[in-house]
Design a protein around this ligand. Structure first.
Ligand SMILES: Cc1ncc(COP(=O)(O)O)c(C=O)c1O
Length: 390
């Protein structure tokens, strides 16, 4: 069967799988650091690139290769490179394309460590302009002669604002820059940035791709030439993913579509409940008609995802509310079976200076929920009793 023409779930279960000699139905975990050369001449051919093959798991591993091929297929990209974490993937991808003197345009609302990584690039002579990419006009204005890269998340963590992938990719390409989109919140099940014109897609595979909160991993998908170059960069940076973690993500991927549907269904109900609650000031969820970019959501996403953000009326109520929760877990991370809830201002985005945070909409009153797969009535009951405790 030509898997390229198969449905999403079929690809998520079968793309890239290897038929190895024992007949193992699941992908084996090749838990090895080096691979034996057949002889000295074989070693020379592999090391010089005349022949492709496995040498050392920091560069390439068969279990990880199945993961890479599967995700490349799901995102509709030519190739992929898995890394030890989402941040390892982001940093390797960025380091593969920039050099001292280059300029980057990044959305002002990105995951805290991504923001921090971009801020630190000034130490290497790379200037990053943080702009609100939800307005493509801001990108046009921010372009300089030396702009090499445009980077954003959509929906953005944690404010769930959207960026028009096609509009921004068109502007970036007219100006000779490449576009990287962090697709962690949507996964390829709900959004495929490469199909909308982006050049590279990034994921924290720690989140929905793995889906069970039991491993850390990252992956990038893009043109073969870019992935080849980045594989070289990443081999030197050293952020290889372990074969066991690749295997856990492969296992998680098999149920991605059913999990995403459940997260989505539960999140809509949670968002609607919060919207009606008197203690809640504002709810942000791309599946609510009052989301400021509801039309764009319908245009570029096939679902709304499992992430909901909301503001309480007073910042001092946030810790009271969080401490009163009994089912929802107070923890960072997202995209797993369990409902996780956190306060971006003091947790995932604590690294962003307060005045910038407030300017970007990451206020002290904002709470982020990763709506899990429990029975939604239980999630809502827990949120209700914690809101009543304020
Ligand atoms: C949108 C997004 N991108 C990247 C990352 C970084 O991923 P990791 O924690 O796997 O390094 C995160 C982590 O929360 C994230 O939320």
């Amino acid at each position: 069967m030509d898997l390229k023409k198969a449905g999403f779930s079929t690809k998520a279960i079968h793309a890239g799988e290897i038929k190895e000699e024992t007949g193992s139905v699941t992908t084996p975990i090749y838990q090895t650091a080096p691979f034996r050369f057949r002889d000295a001449a074989h070693a020379v051919r592999l090391m010089s690139g005349q022949e492709q093959g496995y040498v050392y798991s920091r560069g390439l591993n068969p279990t990880t290769k199945v993961l890479e091929d599967r995700i490349a297929c799901l995102e509709g990209g030519e190739a992929a490179l898995a890394q030890a974490s989402g941040m390892a993937a982001i940093s390797a991808a960025v380091f593969a394309v920039i050099k001292a003197g280059d300029h980057i345009i990044a959305d002002e609302v990105v995951y805290g460590s991504t923001y921090d990584f971009f801020v630190d690039l000034k130490n290497l002579g790379v200037k990053v302009s943080f702009v609100d990419t939800s307005d493509p006009g801001n990108i046009e204005t921010a372009f300089r002669q030396n702009t090499r890269l445009v980077f954003f998340e959509t929906p953005a963590n944690p404010t769930l604002k959207l960026t028009d992938i096609k509009a921004v990719s068109d502007i970036a390409h007219e100006n000779g820059a490449i576009v990287m989109v962090d697709n962690t919140f949507m996964t390829p099940y709900f959004q495929q940035p490469l199909m909308l014109g982006a050049d590279v897609v990034l994921h924290s595979a720690t989140k929905y791709l793995n889906g069970h909160g039991d491993t850390v991993g990252g992956i990038m998908i893009g043109p073969s030439g870019f992935i080849k170059r980045t594989r070289h960069t990443s081999k030197n940076l050293g952020g290889a993913i372990s074969p066991f973690n690749s295997w856990l993500i492969l296992r998680g991927l098999k149920t991605l579509s059913v999990r995403m549907d459940r997260h989505n269904e539960n999140a809509i109900e949670v968002a609607e409940f919060l919207q009606e609650h008197g203690m809640v000031d504002k709810v942000i969820y791309p599946g609510l008609e009052n989301h400021p970019q509801y039309e764009l959501a319908r245009k570029q996403m096939r679902g709304s995802g499992g992430m909901v953000a909301f503001s309480l009326k007073r910042a001092e109520d946030v810790p009271v509310f969080l401490d009163a929760l009994r089912l929802c877990t107070l923890a960072v991370s997202l995209g797993e079976t369990d409902t996780l809830i956190q306060h971006p201002a003091t947790m995932t985005h604590a690294v962003v200076p307060r005045e910038k945070r407030i300017e970007y909409g990451i206020t002290d009153e904002l709470v982020r929920i990763s709506v899990g797969m429990e029975d939604v009535s239980d999630i809502i009951e827990d949120l209700a009793q914690a809101l009543e405790s304020i």
